[in-house]
Design a protein around this ligand. Structure first.
Ligand code: 8QM
Length: 405
């Protein structure tokens, strides 16, 4: 941090809160803190990191949709890339503004289009059914180790075109990338230590020679062949798939299992009507959002909800707090699979809204539907355990018993 950033600011016209969104306590149980921030106002000042916090639904959405004022090219984590060296070469889509962002996004959104999902759906479905058949046989499972990690790590690298060997590295990498949006706390440093031994694997596997012809990864290189992007962009855009494509859906699916385990009446409803699988996944994204936060950087002096902000100020948007805002959702803390939570912020909003949400939803739908068709009831058989991450809401363990129809 530079000198100017560590100075305590005296020009703050918003509630000043002493909340550290990256403390163990906050990461374990963020929801009471979300409430405190939402109640304090549309914008708050978080003293420990000297940055703005936004937790209500309306301003989260408004801020994310104003990409000219709240930019991404200075980083979407705590670090300001204008003054601090990024921990890795910046993403050409996540950590970019138009026009660079637009060029990258055009390519990735075609590769991840609804039409492309039709071509992978049958194989994803086969894998979902196969896995759930095996788990029903097993009876006693850990929904994280045996299901949430297994399914995405099977289907997504397959679709990308990666070989089998070393795939678990994707989980270590994702964990580290999502921690890196936060401060250099023990949570981040521990994940770096786990990732260190496999450091080279990621960029090595972004090379064309590692990617099966016709897979999502190869399609990025084909876009370079066609002149849509410069050839040197291709490996970095493949890296975006490796960064954003696995840990997100692992935790999205893990959190969906957690919701269903905690609300047995809702599981019963799903088991009676497996066609509700897609909207069940959506509601779990609202209630237990896998990606909890994203930052932006203020691009010019402005007022946001009446609060003056300076150029280069950092703003943290609490997606997960917006998703439990009582101003937006009736009974926000209730998991209701019939809710259809259109407008939730779990995939963000605006030009940076998740480009992979098509794949995420497909994976979520297919695994929950396979489960609903085979399993009448799920019971928690042990204490769920959390894995702390600076950005992700994650479980390490969720012991369950599956009771078949
Ligand atoms: C988060 O590297 C990237 O492009 C990238 C990394 C992480 C994400 C998105 C993109 C939002 C899921």
């Amino acid at each position: 941090m530079s000198e100017t950033q560590t100075q305590v600011r005296d020009d703050i016209d918003a509630p000043r809160l002493d909340i550290d969104p990256f403390s163990d306590d906050f990461l374990n149980m963020p929801y009471p803190y979300h409430e405190q921030m939402r109640e304090a106002g549309p914008v708050v000042w978080l003293e420990p990191y000297q940055l703005w916090g936004v937790a209500r639904h309306e301003p989260v959405k408004a801020g994310l949709n104003d990409w000219q004022s709240f930019i991404s090219s200075a980083g979407v984590g705590l670090a300001n890339f204008r003054t601090e060296k990024p921990f890795r070469p910046p993403s050409l889509i996540l950590e970019a503004d138009p026009p660079l962002h637009t060029r990258s996004r055009t390519v990735l959104s075609r590769i991840l289009s609804p039409k492309m999902m039709q071509t992978v759906k049958a194989e994803f479905e086969v894998q979902a059914n196969k896995l759930v058949d095996r788990l029903v046989e097993q009876g006693e499972i850990d929904a994280i180790k045996d299901l949430a990690k297994v399914f995405p790590l099977r289907v997504f690298p397959d679709a990308l075109g990666l070989a089998e060997e070393g795939r678990e590295t994707l989980l270590l990498y994702g964990d580290m990338v999502f921690n890196a949006f936060g401060p250099r706390n023990h949570v981040f440093l521990d994940s770096v230590k786990r990732y260190e031994p496999v450091r080279e694997w990621i960029m090595d596997h972004c090379q064309r020679s590692e990617l099966r012809p016709g897979g999502f990864g190869d399609l990025v290189y084909q876009a370079a062949d066609a002149g849509e992007i410069p050839p040197e962009d291709a490996p970095l855009l493949v890296r975006s798939f490796l960064s954003a494509g696995v840990d997100t859906t692992v935790n999205g699916i893990g959190n969906a299992m957690y919701c269903l385990a905690m609300f047995p009446d809702q599981y019963a409803k799903l088991a009676a009507a497996p066609a509700l699988a897609r909207q069940t996944f959506e509601e779990s994204l609202r209630l237990e959002s896998a990606v909890q936060t994203f930052f932006r950087t203020v691009n010019k002096p402005l007022e946001f909800y009446g609060v003056p902000m300076r150029e280069n100020d950092k703003v943290i948007f609490f997606l997960a707090a917006a998703n439990r805002d009582g101003r937006q959702w009736p009974n926000p803390e209730v998991f209701d699979i019939e809710r259809k939570p259109v407008g939730h912020m779990a995939f963000g909003s605006g030009i940076h809204g998740c480009v992979g949400q098509t794949v995420a939803r497909l994976e979520g739908e297919l695994i929950l539907s396979a489960l609903a068709k085979r399993v009448k009831r799920i019971e928690i058989t042990g204490e769920p355990m959390r894995r702390l991450n600076n950005t992700l809401r994650a479980l390490e363990s969720l012991p369950l018993r599956l009771i078949p129809h």
